[in-house]
Write a protein that binds this ligand. Structure first.
Ligand SMILES: Cc1ncc(COP(=O)(O)O)c(C=O)c1O
Length: 456
């Protein structure tokens, strides 16, 4: 007989109550909390805002400095003698940390993606390969410049599957957008080889992976363009904000033009110190995605915190991965570069979707903030099957643009990436907060051992 266990907050609807067999209840004499045993975790899970939770005196002082100067936009303020710009400084420091010559501050990660695509010349009808597991902003940015997102399977890294990328290339493909989901770098060697072979550009979506690296190179610095989000949930945050990286002077120039509707007023070349740059490149009309001074001041302080945050998360995650590996009961997410993981999350795969739900539910009962990445019927904007508007090719205009510009028939389907759905349905996800104490980590490792041994 199966014992019914209550659902946990907002994750399961009443119709999806999961059951745990009494025979699974005991492991080494330790009853699962889901079946009435003691909880493994003695403290609540800290909120998962890595940089956001660290905001303190340094951020306050930096923001107040900008307010006191009344120079809220990077170009000018009431006092002509103040020429310092917090955005200039943040860009320089961000570029330096990521090992690229250039960075451009923007208003959001989405703005960075749109600007990056425009800077690379992606336009109407151009196909861009995007993973089936990413925030909807990635394909939306492609649509914003008139491109066609080609939704492509992820593999057991939960990043783009190189074989699927290869299979989806057509004569109209212009770019690949690897997304370093949940802090894990994509398989950049393989993707770069494909890009070289087919003369494609790579625009990295590093929104969730600030501080991660691949074979020693910071993510975001590897493709032609790299894009970051500084939104509240991200590793470091300014509430809202974005950053673009490139090593190419022309791409930077084009990004500057695109992100600034007044770029012509600023001499179009955007005060580029190199006259050759000013002379060579043609300007064009743009948007307004300019980063404000207050955002940049905050961002600079958060950048100082980046290495510490990632270091703490990596230490915690190593303990948790070892605990899962030791049980030999489930398969850990494959990491293309384990040393480069930003370590914001730990994910493992169970054999079946139902088992993943049972494991997550049992972990939640232990006081661990676990969840399954995809439960059919539940909406999540990070999963292509939930991108209802995109699947229906519905955009902001009656003409059906940009799908009207597609150079071949484009059809989407909620079942078009079964490998991705199967992985996500079997994926149990735990946040790895930098604010976990050593005791929290130890207790979580204990909970993982207890639950996986009992249920898997
Ligand atoms: C993978 C990914 N890409 C892009 C974005 C968009 O960033 P923003 O919210 O700053 O526009 C996000 C943010 O949620 C994201 O997670």
């Amino acid at each position: 007989m199966l014992v019914s266990v209550p659902t946990f907050a907002q994750r399961w609807s009443p119709a999806e109550v999961v059951t745990v067999a009494p025979s699974d209840v005991l492991t080494g004499g330790a009853p699962l909390a889901v079946n009435g045993g003691p909880k493994s975790r003695t403290r609540p899970e800290p909120p998962m805002f890595p940089g956001g939770m660290e905001i303190g005196d340094a951020e306050r002082a930096a923001v107040l400095d900008v307010l006191d100067s009344k120079r809220l936009i990077r170009f000018y303020g009431p006092d002509d003698t103040i020429t310092y710009s917090a955005v200039d400084t943040f860009e320089q420091r961000f570029a330096e940390r990521m090992g690229t010559p250039y960075a451009l501050g923007l208003t959001s990660g989405t703005a960075a993606l749109i600007t990056g695509l425009a800077a690379l010349g992606i336009g109407p009808g151009d196909e861009v390969i995007v993973p089936a597991y990413t925030f909807v902003a990635s394909p939306s940015a492609v649509l914003a410049v008139g491109g066609i997102p080609v939704i492509t399977e992820v593999d057991d890294t939960l990043t783009l599957d190189p074989a699927a990328v290869r299979a989806n290339i057509t004569p109209h493909t212009r770019a690949i957008m690897p997304v370093h989901m949940r802090g894990v770098p994509s398989q950049m060697d393989e993707l770069q080889a494909i890009a070289r072979e087919h003369n494609l550009v790579i625009i990295e979506d590093a929104a969730q992976a600030c501080g991660a690296s691949y074979k020693g190179r910071p993510v975001g610095s590897i493709g032609e363009v790299g894009c970051f989000s500084l939104q509240m949930h991200k590793v470091i945050t300014t509430g809202e904000g974005g950053m673009l990286l490139t090593s190419n002077a022309e791409t930077l120039f084009r990004a500057k033009c695109f992100h600034d509707s007044a770029s012509e007023w600023r001499g179009a070349a955007w005060q580029d110190p190199d006259p050759a740059v000013r002379a060579t490149f043609q300007a064009f009309p743009g948007m307004n995605f300019r980063m404000p001074e207050i955002t940049a001041a905050l961002g600079s302080v958060q950048l100082d915190r980046l290495n510490g945050l990632v270091g703490r998360m990596r230490t915690h995650k190593a303990v948790l991965r070892a605990a899962v590996a030791a049980t030999k009961r489930v398969e850990l997410r494959r990491l293309p570069d384990a040393h480069g993981d930003a370590a914001i999350a730990m994910i493992f795969f169970t054999e079946t979707p139902l088992l993943a739900q049972r494991v997550a539910q049992a972990l939640v009962a232990e006081g661990v903030g676990a969840r399954v990445l995809y439960v059919e019927g539940q909406h999540d904007w990070h999963i292509y099957a939930c991108w209802r508007d995109i699947l229906a090719k519905r955009t902001w205009n009656a003409a059906g643009y940009p799908f009207s510009m597609a150079r071949r028939p484009i059809e989407y389907d909620a079942n078009m990436c079964p490998q991705t759905l199967s992985l996500l349905q079997r994926a149990v996800h735990l946040d790895v907060s930098p604010r976990l104490s050593a005791q929290d980590v130890e207790e979580t490792a204990g909970a993982l051992h207890k639950v996986l041994t009992a249920l898997c």
